[in-house]
Design a protein around this ligand. Structure first.
Ligand code: KIV
Length: 281
């Protein structure tokens, strides 16, 4: 296994000292960008289902597809902590299957850790995977793989009962041996309380500023994905418009005979062309 700069244990050490920054990546080029930007970790998220494969949600993506994305990211960011997201149905069927698929993320996907959605209900699975030597990141609150139950991608934990359930889940994941927990789509004050109550880092997405770290989807950061626009997303550049302009300029230059210019062409001795003309007269 190649050396990586920040390990799951290092991430725990950052709690309360410095903010942790994660970003998703699914391919070689975005992984290279993430590594060059020196983020603390890369998540190969099952959001690839929508962003890379064009599905409407995360349900269809398979382990095989996730492994291809993980391998590409490993080639692009060999020195960055890489966490592979276990897709729907890869860990729910049995503990054995969960350990096997988590192991495949390491063995074939070249990840250093895996992420699993769910709280109390997956605590025994988390514990079994950790016992197999595989570091686990939990994910609670708005968990897209449970969006059918939730009636869509809705903010979670706004009433006492669900807020308490999320807090219990955070404690259960900590006890099961998770090294960090993603808190997605929950009120900021609930995220603050959870962050205070667990000893492992909380990584927020739509959970306000009080978590130990933040994660965003690469395509949201660079403004390339507009199908879904949750409130918590920030585009740091309008990539879609920027790239559209570039492609439109390319199209216009080809139509107008401007591209390719002299600097984009290869040359050949003109005498050889004359000889070819003679031969094919
Ligand atoms: O799949 C994903 O991108 C995620 C992040 C939003 C945390 O799970």
């Amino acid at each position: 296994m190649s050396l990586f700069k920040v390990s799951p244990t290092d991430l725990i050490g950052k709690k309360g000292k410095e903010k942790i920054v994660g970003i998703t990546a699914y391919d070689y080029t975005s992984a290279k960008l993430a590594q060059a930007s020196e983020v603390d970790f890369i998540l190969i998220g099952d959001s690839a289902s929508m962003i890379m494969l064009g599905h409407p949600d995360t349900f269809p993506i398979t382990m095989e597809e996730m492994l291809i994305f993980c391998q590409a990211v490993a080639r692009g960011a060999p020195e960055t902590l890489r966490i592979g997201d276990l897709p729907f149905l890869s860990y729910q069927v049995s503990t054995e299957k969960a350990i096997y698929n988590a192991g495949m993320m390491i063995k074939k996907g070249r990840c250093h850790a895996v992420k699993i959605e769910g709280g109390m209900e997956v605590a025994s699975t988390v514990s079994a995977i950790v016992k197999a030597g595989i570091p686990i990141m939990g994910h609670i609150g708005l968990t897209p793989q449970r969006s059918m139950e939730m009636g869509g991608l809705r903010v979670q934990g706004k009433d006492l009962e669900t807020a308490e359930k999320i807090l219990h889940s955070a404690k259960a994941l900590e006890e099961a041996g998770a090294f960090s927990i993603v808190l997605e789509g929950i009120p900021s004050d609930l995220a603050k309380l959870i962050t205070e109550k667990v000893s492992i880092p909380t990584i927020g997405i739509g959970a306000g500023p009080h978590t130990d770290g933040q994660i965003l989807v690469f395509h949201d950061v660079v403004g390339l994905f507009s199908d879904l626009r949750p409130k918590f997303v920030k585009n740091y550049v309008q990539g879609f418009e920027l790239f559209k302009k570039a492609i439109t300029s390319y199209k216009e230059e080809v139509k107008n005979g401007v591209f390719p210019g002299k600097e984009h062409q290869y040359t050949i001795n003109p005498e050889l062309i004359e000889e070819l003309k003679r031969r094919y007269d």
